[in-house]
Design a protein around this ligand. Sequence first.
Ligand code: PMM
Length: 285
Amino acid sequence: MEGLPRPGRCLVMGILNVTPDSFSDGGLYMDIRCAIDRGLELAAQGADIVDVGGESTRPGARPVGLDEELARTVPVVRELARAGVCTSIDTMHAPVARANVEAGARLVNDVSGGLADRAMARTVALAGVPYVAMHWRAPSHEMDRHADYDDVVADVVAELGCRLWQLAEQGVDPSRVVLDPGLGFAKRPEHDWALLAGLGALRQLGYPLLVGASRKRFIGAALAVGGAGEVPPGGRDMATAAVSALAAGAGAFCVRVHDVRAGLDAVRMAAAYLEHVDRDRDPGL
Ligand code: PMM
């Protein structure tokens, strides 16, 4: 996609949460210098994009004010961009997206797909940068109450299709849109697995797909064996890499991960695998 690296394989987006309360790295990079160093480290480890976020979206999380979100993200994005790192801004708020694009962010990653802030579509259209529109139903503090689906894959395809239509109406260039099924957002583990297994159906929409599975609860739950409780977030990186390989093997355009080294190995394996797939025998790939 224009404006983003083109390594010839699924992209790896490294996660950098400048928040006190994200579910797995909250509080680690609240200091701006620590956050910048972490961003540089992710880039050195091979992240194609470093995704900077200043507001936690964990289930139950409360919103932060715009000033706080700006203060957490803009200095980090500016410094990383200055150092030549391709950065994205993870925000639901148009003013935060705008300020970070001005500071050098090359992509806007909006977990609400434009639903949380009606000014987002126009802002992205004017900025002319790639835009990740994720499937979203409700703010974090109430999203668990919205996890009802008839057929989660069909419902997510339909709801994203509706988003695409509205984004195009507001001037967002379709060639700059990346879609995301929104794993863990108003989804229970069985929904996350169905969406992962249904990436082929999502690809039918005709847009590149981003998959954000890293360390999420459905992975911790699947790792729990023999009645043991969920494996905590810090113990989910190898399993996340396996999921990244599955997603990239199913044609994902980008995976969003905490452990960049493992994620990069995973997408490289998927690329090697896909090179050997006989598309005449398996036209779905
Ligand atoms: N998940 C989180 C935050 N931002 N962005 C996209 N596009 N897709 C996701 O699945 C996603 C996201 C929440 O997780 P974090 O605490 O690891 O950032």
